[in-house]
Design a protein around this ligand. Structure first.
Ligand code: ZN
Length: 336
């Protein structure tokens, strides 16, 4: 009789969605479920959603003859790698700071549990099963509702002395200023940062500002441009040829490209991987992004691969599981 196959339950807690999956030792996602994150309802409700998904997948794993060894968690916020607690978080998850994340899920599951920031988990997933497989080092930048980053060196995410490493969105950007020279406010409480110009919500705000500026003038503004729109809607309008939308998307992409190019000069990663919902806008975003990035690169970096993330929404679940697999002893007879 073959020994039972081992697995880890990966959990991904984001500001919009919480997902969990069964990940075996080969990195294959065997099953997955997701639910909306009750982001405004507080830490206990967010934890309860994660626990519900985790328990469902523990049952499914055991029913399928798998033996769960641990729980790996990727979560929004600054996560203390020593105990898997939430050090700090933005307002996107109400009451999230101070949550004993890994301790709670581990206690409920009766298994070892490990937590890491969700962008590091995304990067670990891409390096295990996705765009950067086999790379000695990889810089992942996720451009979406926020702008996050992660550097993996020799298979290990660089977490920093205070678990803050990777906050690409809070680099200063010369693009994060309005026409009057005022720095744009950032989600971190400061101003003039990359996230304030390159994130999806920031591109949407920029679009409204540009539309307002041009709306009273030559009549080039599309009807309804001053209504609140999402970053995704701006991308749709840019694809339809609306000049103001195209300008907003291009400015956001250019700001992101310049920052990532500078990071590549600093870090010299083997590969750069780009994810997040804004990068899914296609060539209208990628073309100015890559042009700005390449313009920054020092000569020896000319051949730097810059690749789109490929795992999609499962990346952080798979990467969170990898983070846990790397921290437990897998029984010898089933190690893969
Ligand atoms: Zn900031």
């Amino acid at each position: 009789m073959l020994p039972a196959q081992h697995c880890v339950i990966g959990v991904d807690i984001g500001g919009t969605k919480t997902a969990a999956g069964i990940v075996d030792g080969t990195g294959t996602l065997q099953a997955a479920e997701s639910r909306p994150t009750p982001a405004a309802a507080g830490s206990a409700a967010i934890l309860a959603t994660a626990v519900g998904l985790m328990e469902s997948l523990l049952v499914q794993a055991r029913t399928a003859g798998l033996t769960p060894l641990a729980v790996g968690i990727g979560a929004a916020g600054v996560i203390d790698a020593r105990d898997g607690s939430v050090v700090s978080a933005t307002d996107s998850l109400t009451g999230w700071a101070g949550t004993p994340l890994a301790a709670h899920l581990g206690r409920v599951a009766g298994l070892p549990a490990f937590a890491v920031n969700d962008v590091h988990a995304h990067n670990l997933g891409e390096q295990w099963q996705g765009a950067s497989t086999g790379a000695q080092s990889s810089l992942l930048v996720a451009v979406g509702t926020g702008v996050g980053g992660s550097l993996i060196l020799d298979g290990t995410p660089h977490l920093g002395a205070r678990a803050v490493a990777g906050h690409v969105g809070h680099l200063a950007s010369p693009y994060a200023y309005d026409d009057g020279g005022r720095a744009l406010p950032c989600s971190c409480g400061r101003a003039g940062h990359l996230e304030a110009i390159a994130s999806g919500p920031s591109i949407a705000l920029l679009y409204r500002r540009l539309a307002g500026d041009s709306g009273s003038g030559n009549g080039a503004t599309a009807a309804g441009a001053l209504e609140p729109v999402s970053g995704r809607e701006v991308a749709v309008r840019a694809a339809a040829g609306e000049p103001v939308a195209l300008r907003a998307l291009t400015l956001g992409a250019t700001a992101a490209g310049q920052a990532v190019g500078g990071l590549a000069n600093m870090l010299d990663p083997a590969v750069v991987v780009i994810g997040g919902g804004v990068s899914a806008a296609g060539a209208l975003w990628w073309t100015p992004f890559l042009a700005a990035l390449r313009a920054e690169l020092m000569d020896p970096l000319a051949g730097l691969p810059v690749l789109p993330a490929v795992l999609g929404s499962s990346a952080a679940v798979v990467g969170a599981a990898k983070y846990a697999f790397d921290r437990i002893t897998v029984p010898e007879e089933t190690r893969v």
